[in-house]
Write a protein that binds this ligand. Sequence first.
Ligand code: HEM
Length: 297
Amino acid sequence: MAAVVSERPNSDVSAGIPGFDRAVWYFLRISGLALVILACGHVIITHFINVPSETTFDFVANRWASPFWRTFDFLLLFFALWHGMLGLRMIITDLIRPAGWRVALNGLNWLVGIIFFALGVVTIFAFDEEQGRSNAGPLADAFWVADLIKWSLYLFAVATYVGAALLVIYVLRHISLGTRPIYRGDLGQYAWILHRVAGAGIVFFLLVHIVDIMLIGFSMEVYDEAVSVYAAPFLIPMEIALVGAVFYHTLNGLRIILINFSKRGLHLQKQLFWAALAVTAVLTAISGWIIIQHELL
Ligand code: HEM
């Protein structure tokens, strides 16, 4: 469903989509525009101006002392999580054929969305800096949770590296055989595959990220212990890939919106794809150099 719809030209492209799916179609585009500021702003602060291992208790406490940043992070949580979960719903609806499994997975998707949204809201608005610094809270010694986060991030990194290797092998094999991986195999299809893989990857990282931020409510020591894992050399390529995924998905998302709502966007879709790839490569290289310089040199 999604692949066929999103790359078609002219503004009434959503006309044929029934009820709720039509609302989701528009929500993905409106929330996408909001996330250009919120998600890219967040990535610039945590991967360019600072690096992930520097987002310590002090860093977050200083930020959340201002109602502006608490509101910013709440809007980021709302738009990123629900855009992502509705995006996952589109992927499930597309890929899972047996109706029973599709309904069950979509049900699980909604449940995960509601639980993680609640966790995020409580983390942002119940944050008590004094209690956190006193390490006196009920979970102040729950270092096992910090270890759990560390192992989830290592697992996520392994999945990212294996997934990236399989994607490269898949595309190179088809190019070398002169066959086309899917549908007509034109540029739009490669843009769409990358958009989907990047979007899904960001969602799964976001879920782990909501839990690691939640530790700030446990205690300063437990939280800083968990965040220190971001300096681990094994995770650095994953952090750089995450920046690439956010920028590619964002720029291609803007490309999709231009194709949906402007004839000019339609005519320039190939150039816009190459431009999105080029800008992503440059921004990812800059962020990569900043992280490598800070953590490894
Ligand atoms: C936190 C950041 C984000 C996450 C987790 C995320 C995740 C996703 C996922 C999982 C999908 C479904 C992909 C598919 O079915 O192929 C999606 C679709 C989409 N995303 Fe994002 N996204 C994020 C940020 C953005 C941004 C900044 C934009 C910029 C405009 C954007 C624009 C879009 C668009 C237009 C679609 C719909 C594509 C279609 O109809 O096929 N997203 N997103």
